[in-house]
Design a protein. Structure first.
Length: 230
């Protein structure tokens, strides 16, 4: 529908013309004992990026640049020192939307996958043994271009007791690609801050953190669209 026109109503007729070829035991059609934990949050983002790049070759004036391409999955568990009860926290974090032929990308949003909303700081700190020390837009992280990619987010979370952390994220080495001459967005990063010292974490990692440590999740910016001088 996005390719054929904005006025086309949603319906089964348009979808019936699409054929999907999913080879068995491949990344898009896995079988046991393959791991599929990230299938609907990260692998799905890679597939979407591939499709957008392919359509961009055929319809360059219609297809936008790539968006953040990850859900920045953050999971933390442990015992709440305030109550003595165990807890489990899971959140996805927005980032930059890719710019398109009609305008700039949005900042700090989920794109393609995820229907989860931003968790307010007050609610988070009330429910979990965390303090949010910084939360805001990563200015200038969107790719430059005739239309600029949306900026990513930075969310710094300080724990008040020992916790086990699991991170599942992408776009930590290569930022989302621009389109039609636009620049790529800034890659994301996961940072552990302990006693003022920063340590870069892997995009996919599991580790323990101690009271006072700060986990800083910095999501990617979206790619820019078009040459800056156009």
């Amino acid at each position: 529908e996005a390719l054929l026109g904005e006025s086309l109503p949603a319906g089964g007729g348009s979808m019936s013309s699409v054929m999907l070829h999913l080879p068995e035991r491949s990344v898009v059609n896995a079988a046991a004992p393959a791991s599929v934990a990230a299938g609907n949050v990260e692998t799905s983002q890679r597939i979407t990026d591939v499709l957008f790049r392919a359509f961009g070759e055929a319809l360059p004036d219609l297809i936008p640049a790539l968006s953040q391409g990850t859900m920045n999955n953050t999971t933390i568990g442990g015992t709440d020192p305030r109550t003595g009860e165990t807890f489990a926290y899971y959140e996805t974090i927005g980032g930059g939307m890719g710019a398109g032929p009609k305008g700039d990308g949005l900042s700090g949003v989920h794109v393609h996958m995820s229907n989860s909303l931003n968790t307010p700081i007050e609610a988070l700190e009330h429910a979990y043994p965390f303090r949010i020390t910084q939360y805001g837009i990563r200015r200038e992280s969107g790719g430059r271009g005739k239309h600029r990619g949306g900026d990513g987010l930075r969310r710094d979370l300080q724990v008040i007791g020992p916790c086990r952390v699991s991170l599942l994220s992408e776009r930590r080495e290569h930022g989302p690609a621009g389109a039609q001459g636009g620049a790529s967005g800034t890659p994301g990063s996961n940072i552990l801050i302990r006693d003022g010292e920063e340590r870069v974490l892997r995009g996919k990692d599991t580790f323990w953190i101690e009271a006072g440590d700060i986990l800083s999740i910095r999501s990617p910016g979206g790619g820019g669209w078009g040459h800056t001088e156009d």
